[in-house]
Design a protein around this ligand. Structure first.
Ligand code: FAD
Length: 575
């Protein structure tokens, strides 16, 4: 059995930042990071537009309180304001710290870090490295893991959380290359496993964003918070779904319908293209539904709208947002200096997740905590984004709460002993699970069931939702759950068998999909990214509360948790 003081699942920004903090605080601690990809292939590497912090390099009038207000308003008042206060106060410090680690931010002429506009932010406060910010940040952080002697396990798939008697004790993991199974015990287990974009058929997320951490926590009895709030990013490249960063609109691009109008004037006249994502995505779908979408030949009635950069000029496009140009050119052959880019909303970000307090400790219920278990980043819900996240606040959350959680862990493990774990039992159960997958002579192929589940989620739990639509979706998911138990593997080999991983990921996606749909069905109001055509307004009297969904194979129970309101009273949200 492997033994560590701290075992971190996830090598993206949140996991890496936590590991660095632990190593800096107490270099004597034995820390490991495991990732099913290589850490620098975590989805964080794909982040484009930037990280928000009130450095005031471009706009003197900015301050953390305004950043906090923008974030809470953007969240449709569901964010926990104590958590938002930590996020926004700490932001300048963590960005400067990143710079000291060596992150190559874009600069102003005088050498200070440049800052740009972003949706829902009232000041220019997003720091960036062209439109490859995640790449710049993650490479430096992973270099720092090596510098601090953190043990890295790459291409190991964590398949189970060991949680007994209210205490997290370790994990069981599977080596993708060799099929070896290992039980790990640790004084603290941290999840930083990222999002679940792959629960939908069109997403900006990478193939590894399958919500494994959420599913493992749920199956161990931990509730999942606010899972109904799924962010659809307004500008997915149509039809592939790949992201065209909000930085493109931050730098001045227009959204245009088939009549040639900048239609955001109807939906958010004060903010136009820089309205928050929930509002902009609904606006685009409304245009498409009302036949003002655009076809490939430029005629009306199509399934996308245009993102028009032409007025920005080649020099600005190539220096500030070169990656957006490259993506449209590489995937569609569109030269955005001369032609508009076809876009449509794409599943992008998970506002909900594993509930944690502001120290990063996982909650077992509205009141209780799980001993020795921590989470941060996109898989966690602390909750700083509430019902809708503002762009460039997620990288910030990973870094701030990665740091905070690392510092809590470094303090808490001082008083903890290595827990007792029955290695034999966990090894045997894992071997049986894997063997069971090999032995199955089921009827369905993995990608068939996965595609049906993704189509079901996109159709029944997308930007517009209703009781009837979601009820139907839940019925379909139940039938798919049965099929999930009957998938078979084509590849029976033990080495580098990626089908085994896909089968386990499909199980994760099913747990996550059912939790999203059940939570959404239960919230009979519209708030942030959750829009119901049968309850079109926000209902603070009944729903100004977090959802806690308790999963069991038999069904999902829904509970609630109060929202922390310490600075800003809820108001109507207008832009
Ligand atoms: C295309 C794109 C662009 C974005 N741009 C921005 C932006 O400009 N600004 C912003 O603020 N946000 C942006 N976001 C959001 C932001 O990048 C993510 O929310 C954030 O990077 C998530 O980081 P993380 O550390 O939580 O998880 P990730 O970076 O997703 O890392 C998850 C880690 O967990 C590991 N893992 C998962 N499951 C297992 C398992 N079962 N076993 C072992 N390891 C496992 C993975 O291998 C990986 O190492 C963007 C997102 C996308 C998709």
């Amino acid at each position: 059995m492997l033994e560590y003081d701290v075992f971190i699942v996830g090598g993206g920004l949140a996991g890496s930042r936590a590991a660095v903090e632990i190593a800096r605080t107490d270099p004597s601690l034995k820390v490991a990071v495991v990732a099913k990809t290589h850490p620098i292939r975590s989805h964080s590497v794909a982040a484009q537009g930037g990280i928000a912090a009130t450095l005031k390099n471009v706009d003197d009038a900015d301050c953390w309180e305004t950043h906090a207000f923008d974030t809470v308003k953007g969240s449709d008042y569901l964010a926990d304001q104590d958590a938002v206060e930590i996020l926004t106060r700490e932001a300048p410090n963590v960005v400067i710290d990143l710079e000291h680690m060596g992150v190559l931010f874009s600069r102003l002429d005088d050498g200070r870090i440049a800052q740009r506009a972003f949706g829902g932010h009232s000041h220019k406060r997003t720091c960036y490295a062209a439109d490859k910010t995640g790449h710049a940040m993650l490479h430096e952080l992973v270099n720092n893991l090596r510098r601090y002697g953190v043990q890295i396990y790459d291409e190991w798939y964590v398949m189970r959380l060991i949680l007994e008697d209210g205490e997290a004790k370790g994990v069981v993991m599977y080596h993708i290359e060799t099929a070896q199974i290992q039980v790990v015990r640790a004084k603290a287990v941290m999840f930083a496993t990222g999002g679940y974009g792959r629960a939908f058929n069109t997403t900006s997320n990478d193939f590894a964003s399958t919500g494994d951490g959420l599913a493992m926590a749920a199956m161990a009895g931990v509730p999942l918070e606010d899972m109904e709030f799924v962010q659809f990013h307004p500008t997915g490249l149509y039809p592939v779904g790949v992201l065209i960063s909000e930085a493109v609109r931050g730098e001045g691009a227009y959204l245009i319908n088939s009549e040639g109008d900048r239609f955001m004037a109807t939906y958010a006249p004060a903010k136009m293209e820089l309205a928050p994502r929930d509002i902009t995505s609904r606006a685009i779908f409304t245009e498409i539904r009302q036949k003002r979408g655009i076809n490939a030949d430029g005629s009306g009635g199509g399934a996308c709208v245009h993102l028009d950069l032409r007025h920005m000029g080649k020099e600005k496009i190539m220096s500030r947002i070169p990656f957006a140009w490259e993506e449209a050119h590489r995937l569609l052959g569109v030269d955005s200096v001369r032609e508009p880019i076809p876009v449509r909303p794409t599943a992008h970000y998970s506002m909900g997740g594993i509930p944690v307090n502001t120290r990063g400790q996982v909650r077992s219920s509205a009141e209780g905590l799980v001993e020795g278990f921590y989470a941060a980043g996109e898989c966690a819900c602390v909750s700083v984004h509430g019902a809708n996240r503002l762009g460039s606040n997620s990288l910030l959350e990973c870094v701030v709460y990665g740091k905070v959680t690392g510092s809590s862990i470094a303090a808490d493990v001082q008083n903890r002993k290595l827990p007792q774990v029955d290695e034999g039992r966990y090894l045997e159960e894992a071997q049986q699970q894997i063997q069971g997958l090999f032995d199955r002579s089921g009827e369905y192929r993995i990608n068939e069931v996965r595609q049906a589940m993704q189509d079901c989620m996109s159709e029944h739990c997308g930007v517009f939702r209703s009781d009837e639509l979601m009820g139907e979706g839940l019925g379909q998911l139940e039938a798919l759950q049965q099929q999930c138990g009957q998938v078979y593997l084509d590849d029976k080999g033990r080495l580098w068998n990626t089908e085994i991983i896909e089968a386990m990921e499909l199980n994760s996606l099913m747990v996550v999909a059912r939790t999203i749909l059940t939570s959404a069905h239960n919230r009979r109001e519209s708030r942030g990214a959750h829009f119901r055509e049968d309850f079109t307004t926000r209902d603070d009297e009944n729903f100004l509360k977090h959802t806690l969904a308790y999963y069991s194979p038999a069904g999902i129970e829904i509970g609630g948790m109060p929202v922390a309101i310490s600075m800003f009273e809820p108001q109507e949200r207008k832009y």
